[in-house]
Design a protein around this ligand. Structure first.
Ligand code: ZN
Length: 226
């Protein structure tokens, strides 16, 4: 699996399928790509906030890709003509040989672009089981059931928010790593805006001193193969 970071919480997993997670592209000052550069098979959305749902509708309309999301967001996307598949926390959607499983996230939810006029259901994280298992935590505070994500899915790579204010900060994300026990940690959701500045180097040092995990600090456009 190749994991590419496009800034903020947007990742592209290139494996048996190309999965794009939370494609916040046009409004994202940290993003390295244009919409036309992206050719996902599947877009996985964690929740309806504009920095996560992002450019999902435009991309799905341009490419005809499938979108997976919690049921309420899937219904909103279907109303826009998108080929969206809904599920709910604990459930999975299988596309090709890839399994997309919705897991909890402690956050709020709402569809910004719809003026919060649609119920966006529960916010979520995604466990994506392709040839490698990867976990994208979405926007979340720390919660102890991350230990269950390890017990049930054993993700090798985890994408964790560290920016604080709206999500975990670096100290909370360190505890998350101890529960998730991954091989690889990719920090996200930091430094995009002033209010989510984080000392990613300190996070890397703490994690690598206290756990067996490796933290890879990426720049937008960087990738890692796992
Ligand atoms: Zn959010």
């Amino acid at each position: 699996m190749r994991i590419i970071w496009h800034g903020h919480s947007a990742f592209e997993l290139q494996d048996s399928l190309t999965t794009l997670i939370d494609p916040f592209i046009l409004g994202n000052v940290m993003c390295d790509v244009e919409l036309d550069d992206l050719k996902p098979d599947v877009i996985a959305v964690t929740h309806g906030h504009s920095d996560h749902l992002g450019d999902t509708i435009t991309l799905a309309q341009q490419t005809g890709c499938k979108v997976v999301a919690v049921n309420e967001i899937a219904k909103y996307l279907q109303s826009k003509g998108v080929d969206a598949l809904g599920a709910n926390i604990g459930g999975s959607i299988e596309i090709g040989n890839v399994r997309y499983t919705l897991v909890p996230a402690t956050h709020s939810n709402g569809i910004d672009e719809a003026g919060f006029g649609w119920d966006a259901g529960s916010p979520a994280g995604w466990v994506i089981s392709d040839t490698v298992v990867a976990y994208h935590a979405g926007d979340t505070g720390l919660f102890s059931d991350m230990a269950l994500v390890h017990e049930m899915y054993k993700p090798k790579a985890v994408m964790l928010p560290i920016g604080g204010r709206f999500t975990m900060d670096i100290n909370q994300a360190l505890i998350a790593v101890k529960m998730l026990k991954p091989q690889l940690v990719l920090p996200m959701h930091y430094n995009t805006f002033d209010v989510i500045k984080a000392d990613v180097g300190k996070f890397q040092r703490m994690v690598e001193e206290q756990t067996d995990a490796e933290v890879v600090i990426m720049q937008p456009g960087d990738f890692i193969d796992i």
